[in-house]
Design a protein around this ligand. Structure first.
Ligand code: BGC
Length: 423
């Protein structure tokens, strides 16, 4: 890369003056250790884009993968690393978790990078609300994912004459058609974070954006214990009839594989699922279909992976952290990463041309939802409420999935559990 004289001053002269061998990381094999939960085929490939970007800057890579979707296991490992005084160089986290670590004063300040790269002007307010804390940048946003997507096997749709469903009823009817023809209607992974990922889709489809916001973001007791919530659980129960018997415990990417392999018609999942289709060499709109969960077309429930860095007190580490943050926020990386990961860039100033058909629509939908105030944080993925609330919801929703709990009981328990988690 070419650097301006000023940049050279920043990269070479200043650190040398501090007695640090920088450009040094080039020769002495400095490396970063990055904790993450990107272990599926598509995820690991996307992470490779960061590893390659760092290699170009002569920074080595030590991967610290902790398998488990939505970071449920990774966050426990991160907590123990931090409390034992041995934090990694950086870690992938979601919204409220970033905020938690910032509150505890554990994070490095990335203002210098953010200022020189103009982050204030290119990342949307909804992301800045979590990527900054107390006016300071505390993380680098990788992308915007969203959770209200359906991934569909196009060959099954064509074979059975299924049109893209526009309403909840049409959605259910198409699942019935697939099931009657001997396919699994809904590829489903029975893990609590996946249960709630699907559940939040049903909340939005049943009650609309205002209801999603009042129940899952504002945690309004009236919305939580309302007839609309009971109806939500009824709709959820209706949907659960289309999963197969082997769903308990299934990883999300194995559920995606059921759609890819032609065993199942649909999966409701965040757009990281698209990373698996891409990794299998499949093309959006040709080999598989993507559409917003029927009834949620006007809204987007989002999450964004944030890279937080830890203040290790080591100047060489700090230099490498800054380089990593700069790479993650750069236009080229934002496009290249999302092309593999399935997401859309977090930056709003990019040409969507190089993205696939789903991501081009997704990028525009995120923008339009932001304008219409229907861009809302995903509860299952850490952007609607703090972890205590999220985990309380995980428990109730999983009990509902794994029993024949009636809808009114589930709504009542949900309201109670959230009250408990917030009091
Ligand atoms: C993360 C994605 C990840 C998915 C499945 C989400 O919470 O934002 O990056 O691919 O979990 O693990």
């Amino acid at each position: 890369m070419t650097r301006t004289p000023l940049e050279w001053l920043r990269y070479a002269v200043l650190p040398l003056a501090l007695g640090v061998a920088v450009g040094a990381h080039a020769q002495d094999g400095g490396e970063v250790e990055v904790l993450n939960w990107w272990t599926s085929g598509g995820e690991a490939k996307a992470l490779g884009a960061l590893k390659d970007g760092l290699a170009e800057e002569n920074i080595g890579w030590r991967n610290m993968p902790v398998a488990g979707g939505a970071g449920t296991n990774a966050m426990a490992v991160l907590r123990s690393r931090i409390t034992s005084g041995n934090p990694p160089t950086a870690a992938q986290v979601l919204g409220y978790d970033a905020r938690d670590w910032a509150e505890r004063d554990a994070l490095a300040n990335l203002d210098e990078v953010a200022q020189s790269e103009g982050w204030d002007d290119v990342f949307p307010a909804a992301i800045q609300a979590f990527a900054k804390y107390d006016g300071h940048w505390i993380s680098a946003p990788f992308e915007v994912h969203s959770t209200n997507w359906v991934w569909a096997n196009k060959a099954i749709m064509d074979e059975l004459g299924i049109e893209q469903p526009e309403s909840w009823d049409a959605f259910i009817a198409s699942l019935e058609t697939a099931q009657e023809a001997g396919y699994t209607g809904l590829a489903y992974g029975g893990q609590s974070w996946q249960d709630t990922t699907v559940f939040e889709n049903v909340v939005l489809a049943t009650g609309g954006a205002d209801f999603y916001r009042s129940s899952l973001i504002d945690l309004d007791p009236e919305a939580l214990d309302s007839d609309t919530m009971i109806e939500t659980f009824d709709n959820f129960r209706e949907l659960l009839a289309f999963k197969d018997d082997n769903s308990p415990g299934r990883d999300w990417n194995l559920a995606t594989a059921m759609v890819i392999n032609g065993d199942a018609l649909y999966q409701i999942m965040g757009d990281w699922a698209k990373g698996e289709f891409i990794n299998a060499g499949l093309q959006a709109d040709e080999d598989f279909m993507c559409f917003r969960t029927p009834g949620t077309q006007d809204a987007v429930t989002f999450n964004s992976d944030l890279m937080i860095m830890f203040d290790t007190g080591n100047a060489q580490q700090q230099q490498m952290q800054h380089t990593m943050a700069r790479i993650i926020g750069s236009p080229d990386f934002q496009i290249a990463f999302s092309q593999i990961k399935g997401s859309v860039p977090a930056r709003t100033d990019l040409d969507a041309g190089p993205l696939d058909a789903c991501a081009q629509r997704g990028y525009a939908q995120v923008q339009s939802a932001a304008e219409h105030d229907t861009l809302m944080g995903s509860l299952a993925h850490g952007y609607a409420a703090p972890a205590s609330v999220k985990n309380a919801v995980f428990d109730i929703v999983a009990s509902f999935v794994n029993s024949d709990m009636p809808s009114d009981v589930a709504a009542e328990q949900l309201a109670m559990a959230i009250r408990g988690a917030t009091s």
